[in-house]
Design a protein around this ligand. Structure first.
Ligand SMILES: *Cc1c(COP(=O)(O)O)cnc(C)c1O
Length: 440
Protein backbone atom coordinates (compact mmCIF):
# COMPACT_ATOMS: atom_id res chain seq x y z
CA UNK A 1 0.00 0.00 0.00
CA UNK A 2 1.51 3.34 -0.96
CA UNK A 3 0.55 6.51 0.84
CA UNK A 4 2.60 9.25 -0.83
CA UNK A 5 0.99 12.16 1.02
CA UNK A 6 1.47 10.57 4.45
CA UNK A 7 5.02 9.56 3.51
CA UNK A 8 5.80 13.14 2.54
CA UNK A 9 4.23 14.50 5.74
CA UNK A 10 6.19 11.97 7.81
CA UNK A 11 9.44 13.04 6.14
CA UNK A 12 8.65 16.71 6.83
CA UNK A 13 7.58 15.89 10.39
CA UNK A 14 10.85 14.12 11.12
CA UNK A 15 12.71 17.32 10.28
CA UNK A 16 10.93 19.41 12.89
CA UNK A 17 9.36 16.99 15.41
CA UNK A 18 11.44 14.30 17.17
CA UNK A 19 10.76 11.01 15.35
CA UNK A 20 8.02 12.93 13.56
CA UNK A 21 5.47 12.43 16.34
CA UNK A 22 4.18 14.02 19.52
CA UNK A 23 3.69 10.70 21.35
CA UNK A 24 6.02 7.71 20.75
CA UNK A 25 3.68 4.84 19.77
CA UNK A 26 2.34 6.93 16.87
CA UNK A 27 5.66 6.60 15.04
CA UNK A 28 4.93 2.91 14.20
CA UNK A 29 8.45 2.21 15.52
CA UNK A 30 7.70 -1.30 16.71
CA UNK A 31 5.63 -2.39 13.69
CA UNK A 32 7.55 -0.44 11.03
CA UNK A 33 6.18 1.51 8.08
CA UNK A 34 4.75 4.98 7.70
CA UNK A 35 1.93 6.07 9.99
CA UNK A 36 -1.08 7.36 8.08
CA UNK A 37 -1.57 11.08 8.74
CA UNK A 38 -5.22 11.41 9.59
CA UNK A 39 -7.30 14.28 8.33
CA UNK A 40 -10.91 13.39 9.12
CA UNK A 41 -13.01 11.02 11.15
CA UNK A 42 -16.69 10.29 11.63
CA UNK A 43 -18.29 7.54 13.67
CA UNK A 44 -16.04 4.48 13.53
CA UNK A 45 -14.25 5.61 10.36
CA UNK A 46 -11.01 7.48 9.75
CA UNK A 47 -9.67 9.06 6.59
CA UNK A 48 -6.00 9.78 5.95
CA UNK A 49 -4.24 12.43 3.89
CA UNK A 50 -4.11 10.06 0.90
CA UNK A 51 -7.88 9.61 1.00
CA UNK A 52 -7.71 6.05 2.35
CA UNK A 53 -10.51 5.08 4.71
CA UNK A 54 -10.09 2.86 7.78
CA UNK A 55 -12.27 1.36 10.46
CA UNK A 56 -10.81 2.76 13.68
CA UNK A 57 -10.01 0.48 16.62
CA UNK A 58 -7.87 3.03 18.45
CA UNK A 59 -10.47 5.71 19.17
CA UNK A 60 -7.71 8.17 20.10
CA UNK A 61 -6.74 5.58 22.76
CA UNK A 62 -10.14 5.73 24.39
CA UNK A 63 -11.76 9.16 24.38
CA UNK A 64 -13.80 8.62 21.20
CA UNK A 65 -16.13 6.19 22.95
CA UNK A 66 -19.20 7.68 21.21
CA UNK A 67 -17.48 7.61 17.82
CA UNK A 68 -15.70 10.43 16.03
CA UNK A 69 -17.37 13.77 15.46
CA UNK A 70 -20.37 12.65 17.47
CA UNK A 71 -23.02 15.30 16.65
CA UNK A 72 -23.99 16.00 20.30
CA UNK A 73 -20.39 16.35 21.40
CA UNK A 74 -19.40 18.51 18.43
CA UNK A 75 -22.44 20.74 18.96
CA UNK A 76 -21.63 21.16 22.66
CA UNK A 77 -18.07 22.18 21.83
CA UNK A 78 -19.19 24.50 19.03
CA UNK A 79 -21.64 26.17 21.33
CA UNK A 80 -19.04 26.54 24.09
CA UNK A 81 -16.51 27.93 21.59
CA UNK A 82 -18.95 30.65 20.61
CA UNK A 83 -19.03 31.76 24.23
CA UNK A 84 -15.25 32.03 24.64
CA UNK A 85 -12.33 29.64 24.50
CA UNK A 86 -10.84 30.06 27.96
CA UNK A 87 -11.47 32.21 30.99
CA UNK A 88 -8.85 31.14 33.52
CA UNK A 89 -11.65 31.63 36.02
CA UNK A 90 -14.43 29.41 37.40
CA UNK A 91 -17.12 28.45 34.86
CA UNK A 92 -20.31 26.36 35.21
CA UNK A 93 -19.15 23.38 33.10
CA UNK A 94 -16.51 22.49 35.68
CA UNK A 95 -19.16 22.12 38.36
CA UNK A 96 -21.43 19.98 36.19
CA UNK A 97 -18.58 17.69 35.14
CA UNK A 98 -17.36 17.21 38.73
CA UNK A 99 -20.96 16.56 39.84
CA UNK A 100 -21.41 13.93 37.14
CA UNK A 101 -18.21 12.13 38.16
CA UNK A 102 -19.01 12.19 41.89
CA UNK A 103 -22.52 10.88 41.12
CA UNK A 104 -21.13 7.95 39.15
CA UNK A 105 -18.16 6.96 41.26
CA UNK A 106 -18.73 6.49 44.98
CA UNK A 107 -15.17 6.97 46.30
CA UNK A 108 -14.86 10.31 44.49
CA UNK A 109 -16.21 12.90 46.92
CA UNK A 110 -14.29 15.77 45.35
CA UNK A 111 -12.59 16.14 42.00
CA UNK A 112 -10.06 18.47 40.47
CA UNK A 113 -9.69 18.82 36.71
CA UNK A 114 -6.32 18.92 34.98
CA UNK A 115 -5.24 18.65 31.33
CA UNK A 116 -3.97 15.07 31.01
CA UNK A 117 -3.82 11.71 32.74
CA UNK A 118 -0.15 12.36 33.47
CA UNK A 119 -1.00 15.49 35.44
CA UNK A 120 -3.70 13.58 37.29
CA UNK A 121 -1.38 10.82 38.54
CA UNK A 122 1.41 13.30 39.28
CA UNK A 123 -0.93 15.38 41.42
CA UNK A 124 -2.41 12.33 43.17
CA UNK A 125 1.09 11.23 44.20
CA UNK A 126 1.78 14.67 45.63
CA UNK A 127 -1.43 14.58 47.70
CA UNK A 128 -0.64 11.05 48.92
CA UNK A 129 2.86 12.03 50.00
CA UNK A 130 1.58 15.15 51.74
CA UNK A 131 -1.20 13.25 53.49
CA UNK A 132 1.10 10.53 54.83
CA UNK A 133 4.33 12.46 55.26
CA UNK A 134 6.03 9.53 53.50
CA UNK A 135 8.02 9.30 50.25
CA UNK A 136 7.81 5.79 48.81
CA UNK A 137 5.40 4.94 46.00
CA UNK A 138 4.70 1.33 45.01
CA UNK A 139 3.78 0.59 41.39
CA UNK A 140 3.44 -2.55 39.31
CA UNK A 141 5.49 -3.61 36.31
CA UNK A 142 3.57 -3.11 33.08
CA UNK A 143 1.22 -0.49 34.54
CA UNK A 144 1.40 2.87 32.81
CA UNK A 145 0.50 6.05 34.66
CA UNK A 146 1.64 8.68 32.17
CA UNK A 147 5.13 10.09 31.86
CA UNK A 148 5.52 11.20 35.48
CA UNK A 149 9.23 10.83 36.41
CA UNK A 150 8.53 8.68 39.44
CA UNK A 151 6.24 6.33 37.51
CA UNK A 152 8.23 5.51 34.37
CA UNK A 153 10.04 2.48 35.78
CA UNK A 154 8.95 -0.69 33.96
CA UNK A 155 5.92 1.10 32.62
CA UNK A 156 3.43 -0.14 30.05
CA UNK A 157 2.17 1.55 26.86
CA UNK A 158 4.99 3.09 24.77
CA UNK A 159 7.60 2.15 27.36
CA UNK A 160 6.50 -1.48 26.91
CA UNK A 161 6.15 -1.18 23.14
CA UNK A 162 9.77 -0.07 22.82
CA UNK A 163 10.98 -2.49 25.55
CA UNK A 164 12.44 0.35 27.62
CA UNK A 165 13.36 -0.33 31.26
CA UNK A 166 12.26 3.19 32.12
CA UNK A 167 13.41 6.57 30.97
CA UNK A 168 16.70 8.40 30.82
CA UNK A 169 16.58 11.77 32.51
CA UNK A 170 14.95 10.51 35.70
CA UNK A 171 17.17 11.17 38.71
CA UNK A 172 18.37 8.36 40.95
CA UNK A 173 16.76 10.14 43.89
CA UNK A 174 13.37 10.04 42.16
CA UNK A 175 13.74 6.41 41.10
CA UNK A 176 14.81 5.48 44.64
CA UNK A 177 11.38 6.39 46.01
CA UNK A 178 9.56 4.13 43.53
CA UNK A 179 9.34 0.41 44.21
CA UNK A 180 8.20 -1.74 41.30
CA UNK A 181 6.54 -5.09 42.00
CA UNK A 182 5.19 -7.80 39.67
CA UNK A 183 1.50 -7.22 38.96
CA UNK A 184 -0.85 -9.42 40.96
CA UNK A 185 1.89 -10.69 43.28
CA UNK A 186 0.28 -10.52 46.73
CA UNK A 187 3.25 -12.11 48.47
CA UNK A 188 5.58 -9.45 47.11
CA UNK A 189 3.18 -6.72 48.26
CA UNK A 190 2.86 -8.21 51.76
CA UNK A 191 6.62 -8.72 52.05
CA UNK A 192 7.32 -5.13 51.04
CA UNK A 193 4.80 -3.76 53.51
CA UNK A 194 6.19 -6.00 56.27
CA UNK A 195 9.64 -4.59 55.65
CA UNK A 196 9.01 -0.95 54.70
CA UNK A 197 5.34 -0.29 55.47
CA UNK A 198 6.14 2.83 57.48
CA UNK A 199 7.86 4.47 54.50
CA UNK A 200 5.12 3.85 51.93
CA UNK A 201 2.91 6.79 50.98
CA UNK A 202 0.80 4.97 48.42
CA UNK A 203 0.32 2.05 46.12
CA UNK A 204 -0.70 3.13 42.64
CA UNK A 205 -2.23 0.63 40.25
CA UNK A 206 -4.26 0.64 37.07
CA UNK A 207 -7.72 -0.48 38.21
CA UNK A 208 -7.43 -3.09 35.48
CA UNK A 209 -4.08 -2.88 33.70
CA UNK A 210 -4.63 -2.12 30.02
CA UNK A 211 -1.30 -0.67 28.92
CA UNK A 212 0.48 -4.05 28.67
CA UNK A 213 -2.60 -5.41 26.96
CA UNK A 214 -5.60 -6.05 29.19
CA UNK A 215 -4.67 -7.94 32.38
CA UNK A 216 -7.67 -7.94 34.71
CA UNK A 217 -6.97 -8.20 38.47
CA UNK A 218 -7.65 -11.65 39.89
CA UNK A 219 -9.61 -12.79 42.91
CA UNK A 220 -8.16 -15.04 45.58
CA UNK A 221 -10.50 -16.49 48.19
CA UNK A 222 -13.15 -14.05 47.06
CA UNK A 223 -10.92 -11.02 47.55
CA UNK A 224 -10.02 -9.06 44.42
CA UNK A 225 -6.50 -7.72 43.96
CA UNK A 226 -7.61 -4.10 44.24
CA UNK A 227 -9.41 -4.74 47.52
CA UNK A 228 -6.35 -6.61 48.78
CA UNK A 229 -4.21 -3.59 47.92
CA UNK A 230 -6.59 -1.20 49.67
CA UNK A 231 -6.64 -3.33 52.82
CA UNK A 232 -2.87 -3.89 52.86
CA UNK A 233 -2.12 -0.21 52.29
CA UNK A 234 -4.63 0.97 54.88
CA UNK A 235 -3.32 -1.42 57.54
CA UNK A 236 0.05 0.34 57.18
CA UNK A 237 -1.34 3.86 57.07
CA UNK A 238 -0.68 4.13 53.32
CA UNK A 239 -3.11 5.07 50.55
CA UNK A 240 -4.37 3.32 47.42
CA UNK A 241 -4.46 5.34 44.22
CA UNK A 242 -6.57 3.64 41.58
CA UNK A 243 -5.64 4.86 38.10
CA UNK A 244 -8.79 4.77 35.97
CA UNK A 245 -7.47 7.05 33.23
CA UNK A 246 -8.09 4.31 30.69
CA UNK A 247 -10.81 2.21 32.32
CA UNK A 248 -12.86 5.11 33.73
CA UNK A 249 -16.31 5.41 32.08
CA UNK A 250 -15.29 2.62 29.67
CA UNK A 251 -15.00 -0.66 31.57
CA UNK A 252 -18.48 0.16 32.87
CA UNK A 253 -20.59 3.20 33.72
CA UNK A 254 -18.59 3.50 36.98
CA UNK A 255 -15.33 2.43 35.35
CA UNK A 256 -13.54 -0.65 36.66
CA UNK A 257 -14.66 0.21 40.19
CA UNK A 258 -18.14 -0.60 38.90
CA UNK A 259 -16.84 -4.05 37.89
CA UNK A 260 -14.88 -5.07 40.99
CA UNK A 261 -15.93 -2.56 43.64
CA UNK A 262 -17.89 -3.60 46.73
CA UNK A 263 -21.41 -4.94 46.35
CA UNK A 264 -22.45 -4.25 49.95
CA UNK A 265 -21.29 -3.30 53.42
CA UNK A 266 -19.65 -6.68 54.05
CA UNK A 267 -17.05 -6.23 51.31
CA UNK A 268 -16.75 -2.44 51.57
CA UNK A 269 -13.47 -1.03 50.34
CA UNK A 270 -12.48 2.01 48.32
CA UNK A 271 -9.41 3.57 46.80
CA UNK A 272 -8.43 6.80 48.57
CA UNK A 273 -7.67 8.65 45.36
CA UNK A 274 -8.63 7.94 41.75
CA UNK A 275 -7.36 9.35 38.48
CA UNK A 276 -9.18 9.88 35.21
CA UNK A 277 -8.45 10.98 31.66
CA UNK A 278 -9.28 9.86 28.13
CA UNK A 279 -13.11 9.41 28.11
CA UNK A 280 -13.65 12.21 30.64
CA UNK A 281 -12.53 14.76 28.01
CA UNK A 282 -14.40 13.28 25.06
CA UNK A 283 -11.39 14.01 22.83
CA UNK A 284 -10.25 17.30 24.35
CA UNK A 285 -7.34 17.45 26.80
CA UNK A 286 -8.81 16.62 30.21
CA UNK A 287 -7.58 14.64 33.17
CA UNK A 288 -8.91 14.59 36.71
CA UNK A 289 -8.05 13.28 40.13
CA UNK A 290 -10.38 12.91 43.04
CA UNK A 291 -11.25 10.96 46.12
CA UNK A 292 -11.83 11.42 49.81
CA UNK A 293 -12.78 14.93 50.81
CA UNK A 294 -10.23 15.09 53.66
CA UNK A 295 -7.44 14.26 51.21
CA UNK A 296 -8.62 16.63 48.50
CA UNK A 297 -8.85 19.35 51.19
CA UNK A 298 -5.04 19.31 51.29
CA UNK A 299 -4.97 21.10 47.93
CA UNK A 300 -4.20 24.80 47.66
CA UNK A 301 -5.53 27.33 48.29
CA UNK A 302 -7.13 25.84 51.42
CA UNK A 303 -4.37 23.30 51.97
CA UNK A 304 -0.58 23.10 51.69
CA UNK A 305 -0.34 21.01 48.46
CA UNK A 306 0.21 23.24 45.45
CA UNK A 307 -1.44 22.24 42.20
CA UNK A 308 -2.73 24.50 39.43
CA UNK A 309 -3.35 24.88 35.69
CA UNK A 310 -3.84 27.85 33.35
CA UNK A 311 -6.21 25.86 31.15
CA UNK A 312 -7.60 23.45 33.77
CA UNK A 313 -11.39 23.28 33.65
CA UNK A 314 -11.36 24.80 30.18
CA UNK A 315 -14.93 25.43 28.94
CA UNK A 316 -14.52 23.56 25.63
CA UNK A 317 -12.97 20.61 27.40
CA UNK A 318 -15.69 20.40 30.05
CA UNK A 319 -18.36 20.73 27.33
CA UNK A 320 -16.87 17.81 25.39
CA UNK A 321 -16.50 15.73 28.56
CA UNK A 322 -20.02 16.42 29.77
CA UNK A 323 -21.59 15.73 26.39
CA UNK A 324 -19.65 12.47 26.20
CA UNK A 325 -20.66 11.34 29.69
CA UNK A 326 -24.28 12.27 29.04
CA UNK A 327 -24.20 10.12 25.91
CA UNK A 328 -22.91 7.21 28.00
CA UNK A 329 -26.16 5.88 29.43
CA UNK A 330 -27.01 2.23 30.15
CA UNK A 331 -28.01 1.68 26.52
CA UNK A 332 -24.64 2.97 25.31
CA UNK A 333 -22.79 0.53 27.58
CA UNK A 334 -24.91 -2.30 26.19
CA UNK A 335 -23.98 -1.34 22.64
CA UNK A 336 -20.31 -1.10 23.64
CA UNK A 337 -20.37 -4.43 25.43
CA UNK A 338 -22.06 -6.14 22.55
CA UNK A 339 -19.69 -4.67 19.92
CA UNK A 340 -16.74 -5.63 22.10
CA UNK A 341 -17.94 -9.24 22.55
CA UNK A 342 -18.74 -9.66 18.86
CA UNK A 343 -15.32 -8.37 17.88
CA UNK A 344 -13.57 -10.61 20.42
CA UNK A 345 -15.36 -13.65 19.00
CA UNK A 346 -14.55 -12.68 15.39
CA UNK A 347 -10.87 -12.22 16.16
CA UNK A 348 -10.62 -15.43 18.17
CA UNK A 349 -12.36 -17.38 15.42
CA UNK A 350 -10.11 -16.02 12.65
CA UNK A 351 -6.92 -16.64 14.65
CA UNK A 352 -8.05 -20.15 15.66
CA UNK A 353 -8.89 -21.03 12.05
CA UNK A 354 -5.43 -19.88 10.95
CA UNK A 355 -3.77 -21.75 13.83
CA UNK A 356 -2.36 -18.64 15.50
CA UNK A 357 -1.79 -18.96 19.28
CA UNK A 358 -3.71 -16.20 21.00
CA UNK A 359 -5.64 -15.28 24.09
CA UNK A 360 -8.31 -12.59 24.37
CA UNK A 361 -8.57 -10.88 27.76
CA UNK A 362 -11.28 -8.53 28.96
CA UNK A 363 -11.97 -5.96 31.68
CA UNK A 364 -15.60 -4.95 31.49
CA UNK A 365 -16.21 -3.78 27.91
CA UNK A 366 -12.47 -3.38 27.34
CA UNK A 367 -10.35 -6.09 25.72
CA UNK A 368 -7.07 -6.94 24.05
CA UNK A 369 -5.52 -9.81 22.14
CA UNK A 370 -2.22 -11.43 23.14
CA UNK A 371 -0.32 -13.50 20.61
CA UNK A 372 0.44 -16.42 22.91
CA UNK A 373 -1.36 -19.51 24.15
CA UNK A 374 -1.51 -19.06 27.92
CA UNK A 375 -3.40 -16.38 29.84
CA UNK A 376 -1.42 -13.26 30.74
CA UNK A 377 -1.29 -12.32 34.42
CA UNK A 378 1.82 -10.12 34.54
CA UNK A 379 4.11 -7.94 32.48
CA UNK A 380 6.54 -10.87 32.16
CA UNK A 381 3.70 -12.93 30.64
CA UNK A 382 2.72 -10.06 28.33
CA UNK A 383 6.28 -9.71 27.04
CA UNK A 384 6.40 -13.44 26.30
CA UNK A 385 4.10 -13.08 23.29
CA UNK A 386 4.88 -13.31 19.59
CA UNK A 387 5.17 -9.61 18.74
CA UNK A 388 6.31 -10.50 15.22
CA UNK A 389 3.07 -12.37 14.59
CA UNK A 390 1.27 -9.25 15.81
CA UNK A 391 3.28 -7.07 13.41
CA UNK A 392 2.30 -9.23 10.41
CA UNK A 393 -1.31 -9.23 11.60
CA UNK A 394 -1.27 -5.46 12.14
CA UNK A 395 0.00 -4.65 8.64
CA UNK A 396 -2.43 -7.05 6.95
CA UNK A 397 -5.29 -5.45 8.88
CA UNK A 398 -4.11 -1.98 7.90
CA UNK A 399 -4.02 -3.04 4.25
CA UNK A 400 -7.50 -4.43 4.76
CA UNK A 401 -8.63 -0.99 5.94
CA UNK A 402 -8.62 -1.66 9.68
CA UNK A 403 -6.65 0.69 11.93
CA UNK A 404 -5.44 -1.23 15.01
CA UNK A 405 -3.22 0.07 17.81
CA UNK A 406 0.32 -0.21 16.36
CA UNK A 407 1.56 -2.26 19.32
CA UNK A 408 0.92 -5.71 20.76
CA UNK A 409 0.76 -4.12 24.23
CA UNK A 410 -2.31 -1.94 23.74
CA UNK A 411 -6.02 -2.48 24.24
CA UNK A 412 -8.38 -2.34 21.26
CA UNK A 413 -11.00 0.38 21.51
CA UNK A 414 -14.55 0.09 20.23
CA UNK A 415 -17.15 2.83 20.30
CA UNK A 416 -20.92 3.02 20.19
CA UNK A 417 -20.46 3.80 16.46
CA UNK A 418 -19.10 0.27 15.85
CA UNK A 419 -22.36 -0.91 14.34
CA UNK A 420 -22.90 -4.43 12.93
CA UNK A 421 -22.07 -3.06 9.43
CA UNK A 422 -18.76 -1.70 10.69
CA UNK A 423 -18.00 -4.98 12.44
CA UNK A 424 -18.71 -6.79 9.14
CA UNK A 425 -15.94 -4.78 7.51
CA UNK A 426 -13.57 -5.93 10.23
CA UNK A 427 -14.75 -9.53 9.75
CA UNK A 428 -13.84 -9.31 6.06
CA UNK A 429 -10.27 -8.24 6.80
CA UNK A 430 -9.63 -10.76 9.57
CA UNK A 431 -9.02 -14.08 7.75
CA UNK A 432 -6.23 -12.69 5.56
CA UNK A 433 -4.59 -10.97 8.55
CA UNK A 434 -4.82 -14.14 10.63
CA UNK A 435 -3.14 -16.10 7.82
CA UNK A 436 -0.42 -13.42 7.65
CA UNK A 437 0.11 -13.77 11.41
CA UNK A 438 0.46 -17.55 10.97
CA UNK A 439 3.24 -17.21 8.35
CA UNK A 440 6.83 -16.89 9.40
C1 LIG B 1 -3.19 7.13 29.11
C2 LIG B 1 -2.92 6.83 30.53
C3 LIG B 1 -2.29 7.75 31.38
C4 LIG B 1 -1.70 9.03 30.87
O1 LIG B 1 -2.65 9.90 30.36
P1 LIG B 1 -2.18 11.07 29.35
O2 LIG B 1 -3.42 11.86 29.14
O3 LIG B 1 -1.66 10.38 28.14
O4 LIG B 1 -1.13 11.83 30.06
C5 LIG B 1 -2.20 7.45 32.72
N1 LIG B 1 -2.69 6.30 33.21
C6 LIG B 1 -3.29 5.39 32.43
C7 LIG B 1 -3.84 4.14 33.03
C8 LIG B 1 -3.41 5.60 31.06
O5 LIG B 1 -3.98 4.68 30.28
Amino acid sequence: MTSPVSADLFARAQQVIPSGVNSPVRAFGSVGGTPPFLTEAAGALLRDADGTEYVDLVGSWGPMILGHANPQVVEAVREAAGRGLSFGAPQPGEVSLAEEVTRRIGPVEQLRLVNSGTEATMSALRVARAATGRDVIVKFAGCYHGHVDALLAEAGSGVATFAMPGSAGVTAATAKDTVVLPYGDREAVSALFAERGGEIAAVITEAAPANMGVVPPREEDGVGFNRFLAETAHAAGALLISDEVLTGFRASREGYYGVDGPTGAEDAWAPDLMTFGKVIGGGLPVGAFGGREDLMALLAPAGPVYQAGTLSGNPLATAAGLATLSGLDEAAYEVLGSASRTLQQMVAEALTTAGVPHVVQTAGTLFSVFFREEPVHSYADAKAQDTEAFTRFFHAMLEGGIYLPPSAFEAWFVSTAHTPEVLDRIAEALPRAARAAAQR
